[in-house]
Design a protein around this ligand. Sequence first.
Ligand SMILES: [Fe+2]
Length: 261
Amino acid sequence: MPKTQLTQITDLHFGETPEFTLAGIRPLDSFKAVLDAVNDAGRGDDLLLLSGDLSGTSSAESYIMLNQLLQDYGKQALWLPGNHDNVELMKKHLVNYPPYPVWEMGDWGILTLDSSQSETPIGHIRDEELRLVEDRLDQLKSKSILVSMHHCPIALGCQWLDKQKVNNPDGLYELLASHSNVKLVVTGHVHQQYDGLWNNLPLYTTPSSSIQFKQHSVDFAISDQPPGYRWFDLGADGTIKTGVEFATHFGQHPDTNNAGY
Ligand SMILES: [Fe+2]
């Protein structure tokens, strides 16, 4: 049965230069290690879903470097913004990757939405965004739908991060749950893996391509896991296969005593 292949890479946290470091690793190098791991896994032709915090510093240079790197690797990609991003700079400098709120692939529609707010890491779905989602769902009635946003809509048991979840998830949930062709929700931001449910909707979060946050921690804490990504095989009948993989050969190691990011 034909399937649609997608690879999610999230929370790249690029800085202004290739030498920029985050908790002791270079996010540009770790992103390359993830791209290499994706290619080595035979998924080099997958569409990439970049689910926010592409920059960690809201800088034009981050997006210029990312655009060039994606071109060098010959990638197709779609993106959505995170709390560390600047949407206007993304639109301006990701010159080969214009925004696609809706991407149609075979029997699937990939719907991206903006859960970020300026000046705060807390997620929020604006009324305007909710209306756009409704319009897009109307356009995609014949497709199975993957919905992606940066922030997680539920608590994952990581107390400091749970405070940053989407602060008004109910309207979005009701809208998505009322469309039986919405099959799953995929997020970034939490820098850790979760495979579970948002009420009745399958929900997946994904390790970062830079540093990982320690699961079930009360205060900010970094884990020693390597950079990672998530793959999806989306079936023509709406079925989902997914898994997380890590770039285990990446030679840089995060400073797990780092107090912030
Ligand atoms: Fe984030």
